[in-house]
Design a binder for this molecule. Structure first.
Ligand SMILES: Nc1nc2c(c(=O)[nH]1)N[C@H]1C(S)=C(S)[C@@H](COP(=O)(O)O)O[C@H]1N2
Ligand SMILES: [Mo]
Length: 220
């Protein structure tokens, strides 16, 4: 084994160095899965195995009557005027920390997925629990070198509307169940529930669970 290094010093690793090395390694491993759609799904977080997403019929769930995907819709994709932008193949989720990245849905689906059960709790008086699968926000933002203490801003494709932008502090941003959700109740997220990707986080009102994500960035 070739050793081209020039620091043959201490065998004992300083614990800070070791932690930094682990962070860098896991970041490389995380990003290493981007674009490789057939691997990486066995290394799923929290011991949960989740299959590759199959984009099937986005409009199908709406034609079934009642709430699509067993969850009420507060504002439809048509009402928010996002149908064209949300189904555009050019869609990317833009991530901005010290570095920046743009990922399409296939790339997001190829990253380690986390499954959670969390409610949407609307101030209008309903709360419905649902099963979500997606990528941890903290992993995505670590990939663009955002500080773990950062406050984040989530921006929707929605051209206007009071819920277009939401923000969260690091206590939510770093939470292991705060996700960019891609799947809802076992199906590809429907257009009305925020396709191609929406925010889902624990312990926050529904108004902050931003649908039709376009961008996540470090706030101010
Ligand atoms: N972009 C965007 N996100 C949004 C909203 C919206 O109007 N626009 N409404 C919010 C509100 S008030 C609620 S209660 C939830 C509802 O999510 P659901 O329609 O998937 O149940 O989405 C939130 N996210
Ligand atoms: Mo809401």
């Amino acid at each position: 084994m070739a050793d081209h290094g020039n620091d043959h010093g201490d065998v004992d690793q300083d614990s800070t160095d070791e932690a930094a090395r682990r962070t860098a390694t896991s970041r490389r491993a995380f990003l290493g899965t981007v674009g490789v759609a057939t691997v990486g799904l066995t290394a799923v977080t929290a011991g949960q195995s989740v299959g590759l997403l199959h984009v099937t019929n986005l409009f199908g769930p709406r034609s079934q009557g009642g709430s699509p995907q067993q969850l009420p819709v507060n504002r439809t994709a048509a009402g928010a005027a996002v149908e064209a932008a949300a189904t555009d193949p050019a869609w990317r989720l833009h991530l901005a920390g010290a570095a920046s990245l743009a990922m399409d849905r296939t790339e997001l689906s190829s990253l380690p997925q986390t499954a959670v059960t969390l409610p949407v709790a609307c101030v209008e008086g309903w709360s419905v629990s649902a099963h979500w699968v997606g990528v941890r926000v903290r992993d995505l933002m670590a990939a663009v070198d955002a500080s773990t203490g950062a406050r984040l801003r989530f921006t929707s494709l929605e051209p206007n509307g009071v819920y277009r932008i939401s923000e969260m502090g690091p206590e939510f941003a770093q939470h292991p169940t705060t996700l960019v959700a891609l799947q809802l109740n076992g199906q590809t997220l429907s257009l009305d529930h925020g396709y191609p990707a929406r925010l889902i986080a624990p312990g926050r009102p529904g108004v902050l669970q931003t649908k039709w994500l376009s961008r996540i960035e470090v706030a101010g």
